[in-house]
Each structure stands twice: as C-alpha cells, then as structure tokens.
Design a protein around this ligand. Structure first.
Ligand SMILES: [Zn+2]
Length: 238
C-alpha cells in the first residue's frame, strides 16, 4: 500500500545532530531554537530582552503569502540541527499547543491547512536507534496540559524528573508545515475567485513573509496578495 510505505519512509526520515541544513531561511523556511508557539509561551525575561518572538508570527506570515512554508524548531538561525528533547507526554503537549494556537487565529485555521512532523535527531546516521517507547501511563496522559503560559506544565516536570534519573528523552526537530493555499478551502473569501482571507495571529497582528523576513503588510500589499492569489487561481483553471 502506497500510504503505508510512505509513512514508513517518513518514519525513517531523521536529522543528524550538528548537521547544517542545505536549505536556508527564505520565503518558505524559518529556523527556531525554541518551541514557544504563542505570545503567552514566551518567558517574561525573553519578552523584555526581545530575545524570542512567538512562532505564531512566522506561521501567520506563511498563511498570508498563500504559498505555505515550514517552521523548523530545534534548528539554529545558522541552520545547524540541535534538536529539542521531548518525552511522549511533551510530544502530546506540542501537538495540542499547535492546535490551540491555530484555533486562536482569526479566522481560525482549519486542521486541513497544516501538519506537524516530529522528526528524530540522531548522533550517527549509520546507527539509527529504535525510538524506545517509554511506558505511557494512560491516566497521566489524560491529565490536561497547561497551555498558553511560560510556566512549566506537568509534562515538563515529568521530563525533569526523568532527567534526574539519568534518562534523556530523544531529540526531535519539530516541523510545522503550512500548506499552500487551496482555493477549494471553505475559508475562501469569495466562491467565484477563491482568494484566502488575511489571517491574524493570537496577538491580533497581521504578518506576511517576504524574502527579507517577516513584516506587517500595508493595505497596498494586501491588495497585491489578493491579486496574486486571483492570478494563480485563474492560471490553474486554464
Ligand atoms: Zn504539558
């Protein structure tokens, strides 16, 4: 079955710790060293020092260009793979955070418009360790995660406790992929020329992705985007 071999291929996809990616930060790719998705996840000190900005801004930018893009969490600005350690519970937390984040966009981002890949990071590409399944306590797993805060969630405390026992959870690169705008999407502004709405993030700010990075668009740029969408749609139909 194509789908299962495809998913096997995805399972085998890994990054190597310390490798430098061949892709660069551009219109479609953004590297982040942290996993603070919304403004509420950023620690106070990082807000004051302006050392971290919420990942939601980049995702918002990808949605508003209409051509999609990928945020890679666990990769330095220079494109070096570091990875982020995640227990199974923290993986749940990440997936829930991203879902929660997109539900706070305006309009809310449909789950068909994005996907999240947790790609393992290994130290030696010739020795890909089996990801050992740490036992999962179902009752624990059903404990609600603490979202929209920079405070430690129970899953982070659990990870620290494991760490104290010398158990290091595996490293991952978290890839959040925003798909190119699909004119069939129910969020289309008009049914006859299905251009995408202008999305704002949970801060109620609008961003677009440009080659030089992210910025907040002027009205003129919003009109240009709509025109580009329209042109793409009609070219596609011919
Ligand atoms: Zn959690």
């Amino acid at each position: 079955m194509a789908s299962s071999s495809e998913s096997n291929a995805l399972k085998r996809r890994v990054y190597v710790k310390g490798e430098r990616l061949t892709i660069e930060e551009d219109l479609l790719h953004e590297f982040k060293g942290h996993r603070n998705f919304s403004k509420d996840d950023i620690p106070q000190a990082a807000i004051i020092n302006r050392t971290q900005r919420p990942i939601s801004r980049n995702l918002c930018g990808f949605l508003n260009t209409g051509v999609g893009g990928v945020v890679y969490c666990g990769v330095t600005d220079g494109g070096e793979v570091q990875g982020i350690r995640l227990t199974n519970y923290q993986k749940d937390h990440v997936l829930l955070s991203v879902q929660d984040l997109f539900s706070r966009f305006e309009p809310p981002v449909d789950s068909s418009m994005y996907t999240v890949h947790l790609v393992p990071v290994v130290t030696d590409v010739n020795h890909i360790p089996e990801i050992t399944a740490h036992p999962i306590d179902l009752e624990q797993r059903n404990t609600p995660h603490l979202l929209r805060t920079s405070k430690y969630c129970w899953c982070d405390r659990d990870a620290s406790a494991q760490h104290d026992f010398g158990m290091l959870p595996p490293l991952y690169v978290i890839e959040i992929e925003v798909f190119p705008w699909d004119p069939e999407c129910k969020l289309s502004v008009t049914p006859t020329t299905p251009i995408h709405p202008l999305f704002c993030n949970e801060e109620r700010l609008y961003f677009i992705r440009r080659l030089g990075g992210l910025h907040q668009p002027s009205l003129e740029e919003v009109i240009q985007l709509a025109e580009a969408d329209t042109a793409r749609y009609h070219t596609r139909k011919e």
